[in-house]
Design a binder for this molecule. Structure first.
Ligand SMILES: Nc1ncnc2c1ncn2[C@@H]1O[C@H](COP(=O)(O)OP(=O)(O)O)[C@@H](O)[C@H]1O
Ligand SMILES: Cc1ncc(COP(=O)(O)O)c(C=O)c1O
Ligand SMILES: [Mg+2]
Length: 287
């Protein structure tokens, strides 16, 4: 069994951060050690929430506690997502360094969750800078959406060709694999939901349907995407197989969510599809 230390937000109600990633990874047979950066009542796109940011010391203490029982060597990957305060960043990178020192094969997957001005996803000051200046250079795999792709590279990224260039720029800064979770406006077809995967062999593109939601699009899709992709890799799937399975599983979760008429992702209802998606979209190598 593979183990992931997943350092992300916890929401008591609904699905985002660890709540969107832990159960799907477990459904795929990967044990997931959830270390929460915040404990909020609900995700921030409701515009209001209660709860608190977890003090940064706790990240260090928890990792030390696992080391104290000689179990850190079992950790195969660190996944970081929504960060509650920029000061948690160094604690996360220290944890990555400590785990890699004990298990040199462990990988660091960074989902660079940043504020989304249009959608109201709120992250603390300094988090975007931390992700760009520090986390990206240490990550083995990074999974930006379009906004994050622009922020990480400082490039405009207004079209598909520029997205491909931006992905190459990111790879030149350290990450061996780049998963673009959502091309959004720079995709090839505005009626589709598109993603990219880049590795040392090239770049692949995948399209799946864009669903219409009654009011607002569900939150936590990026966190779900990153968790499933990482679990697939740990299960020994090739990058391409992991990419296709991820797109199809997430599409099935989106279909179930859309049919339910609910705002929150229907991860539990769609659990069987996470393991065995019915969607069968295929990636195409484009570069
Ligand atoms: N198939 C789909 N159809 C419509 N919307 C989707 C689909 N898959 C994901 N989404 C929405 O697209 C958005 C992706 O958000 P974005 O901020 O670009 O990246 P992420 O949340 O993945 O980090 C989310 O609002 C999500 O609800
Ligand atoms: C608490 C929390 N965690 C995580 C996220 C990231 O969600 P997504 O996967 O949609 O980027 C958000 C976005 O609003 C959030 O509020
Ligand atoms: Mg996101």
């Amino acid at each position: 069994m593979k183990n992931v230390l997943s350092i992300q937000s916890h929401v008591v109600y609904g699905y985002a951060g660890n709540k969107a990633a832990v159960f799907p990874m477990q459904m795929l047979g990967v044990d997931t050690w959830a270390l929460n950066t915040v404990q909020f009542s609900n995700h921030t796109q409701y515009g209001k929430w209660t709860g608190m940011v977890i003090p940064q010391e706790q990240i260090t203490e928890i990792v030390q506690g696992i080391d104290n029982i000689d179990s850190l060597s079992e950790c195969d990957a660190v996944l970081s997502g929504y960060i509650g305060a920029a000061s948690q960043g160094s604690a996360i990178l220290d944890a990555v360094a400590k785990i890699k020192a004990i298990n040199p094969n462990a990988i660091y997957f960074c989902d660079p969750v940043m504020g989304h001005p249009d959608k109201g996803c709120i992250v603390a000051d300094g988090v975007a800078e931390f992700l760009r200046d520090e986390a990206m250079t240490k990550a083995d795999i990074i999974a930006p959406n379009l906004v994050e792709l622009r922020e990480l590279t400082g490039l405009e990224v207004e079209n598909f060709a520029q997205a491909l260039e931006a992905v190459k720029v990111i790879r030149s800064k350290g990450p061996k694999k780049v998963l673009v979770k959502h091309l959004s406006k720079v995709g090839q077809d505005p009626s589709q939901f598109e993603m990219l995967l880049a590795n040392e062999e090239g770049i692949w593109h995948i399209s799946r349907p864009l669903h219409e939601f009654k009011a607002k699009d569900p939150v936590g899709v990026g966190d779900l995407t990153s968790g499933i992709f990482l679990a697939n890799l740990l299960n020994g799937k090739s990058d391409l197989e992991a990419f296709e399975h991820t797109a199809n599983a997430v599409n099935d979760v989106m279909s179930v969510t859309q049919q339910s008429g609910k705002y929150e992702l229907q991860i539990i209802a769609a659990r069987e599809f996470i393991a065995n998606p019915i969607s069968q979209y295929k990636a195409v190598k484009i570069s």
